[in-house]
Design a protein around this ligand. Structure first.
Ligand code: FO1
Length: 323
């Protein structure tokens, strides 16, 4: 337990996949228990073999449960792929690696959703069963699906990301179903009662983007009294993981922490940037966003806890900084 965990109320993290899960894990290591709320992107979700797959929710779930595959960051440690192998023998597609243990999660999620449960309820049930004390909240209960516009036409997100290995130029991104979706009451309440809100170093376009695109979320963030800080997913002009750098560039954004600051400028109080980008700190400050320079790369569990501790302390320091 750290000093922060004793003096902090609740902390809300907005997260996508692996980067979000790592920072959420770092915050969980501070001993926040159920005062930690992770609001997770669900626009990467899709159906395969009739099963409801929620990759980002599961990445956060497995990471916080301590069973994530440490090499990939997604999937379950030591998982096998006998079922996928058999599906392949039946001539069915195997480009999306579904482990045997991971499949149990999709089977249960699908069953509960078919029974009429909300994705929020199902996720809470899975988390409780795996002994996760942090609250993992899907951004919404309605289906939202990211579509990536490319020179080869529109691609559902996992087709772009996994099947075609992010090789296509991204011309535009849209979130199908976003107009019919709403942040859940759990998400709204968590934000309204948060003592600090942290945007994880997740892809700002396809991981944080869908959360911010939900009706009323940006306005809610603008009105919160609690400090809001982000951790830059861009370090020295490169994405820490995945295609965020190429995506930002092709969509006309600057590929730097300054580009990240501009994307969140309407509600952000502070931005954590890596020491490699120290020279950008004054430009971030000029936007009215306080910069905090540190080692922002999470190589191991100790880094996760350190970055989480520093980010939370930075956020709490900004308390009262909002007009
Ligand atoms: N990512 C991959 O690059 N290849 C895969 O085959 C793959 C399978 C997979 C299965 C379950 C799961 O929860 C996640 C999985 N991911 C895979 C990761 C995931 O598709 C992406 O990392 C996210 O959607 C982006 O945040």
């Amino acid at each position: 337990m750290t000093q922060e965990s004793g003096t902090t109320g609740s902390v809300v993290v907005l997260a996508g996949g692996v980067g979000g899960a790592k920072l959420a894990h770092g915050l969980a290591l501070l001993g926040l228990g159920d005062r930690l709320c992770v609001v997770v992107n669900t626009a990467d979700d899709f159906e395969l073999y009739g099963l409801a797959i929620s990759p980002d929710l599961d990445t956060v779930l497995y990471t916080l449960a301590g069973i994530a595959n440490p090499v990939t960051g997604w999937g379950i440690l030591g998982d096998t792929a006998h079922t996928l192998g058999m599906l392949g023998r039946y001539g069915r597609p195997t480009w999306f690696w579904l482990g045997d243990r991971d499949l149990a999660t999709h089977i249960l999620r699908t069953e509960r959703l078919r029974q009429g449960a909300r994705l929020t309820e199902v996720t809470a049930e899975l988390a409780a069963a795996l002994g996760v004390t942090a609250r993992i909240l899907p951004m919404c209960d309605e289906p939202v699906r990211t579509i990536v516009e490319t020179p080869h036409g529109p691609l559902p997100f996992q087709e772009y990301f996994v099947r075609r290995r992010q090789q296509d130029t991204v011309l535009a991104v849209r979130f199908e179903g976003i107009m019919q979706a709403h942040p859940t009451p759990e998400v709204e309440q968590a934000l309204l009662h948060a003592d600090a809100v942290i945007l994880a170093p997740s892809n700002p376009i396809v991981s944080i983007g869908p959360i911010l695109a939900l009706s009323g979320i940006r306005q809610l963030l603008q009105q919160l009294a609690a400090p809001i800080v982000a951790v830059s997913p861009i370090v020295a002009g490169r994405a820490l993981k995945g295609p965020a750098d190429r995506m930002l560039a092709s969509l006309g954004h600057e590929v730097s922490p300054l580009g990240i600051a501009r994307l969140y400028q309407d509600f952000l109080d502070g931005l954590v940037i890596d020491q490699a980008d120290t020279e950008l700190a004054p430009a971030v400050a000029e936007l009215g966003i306080r910069p905090f320079v540190t080692d922002a790369i999470m190589r191991d569990e100790a880094d996760r806890a350190r970055l989480a501790r520093e980010t939370l302390a930075f956020a709490l320091d900004l308390r009262g900084a909002r007009p």
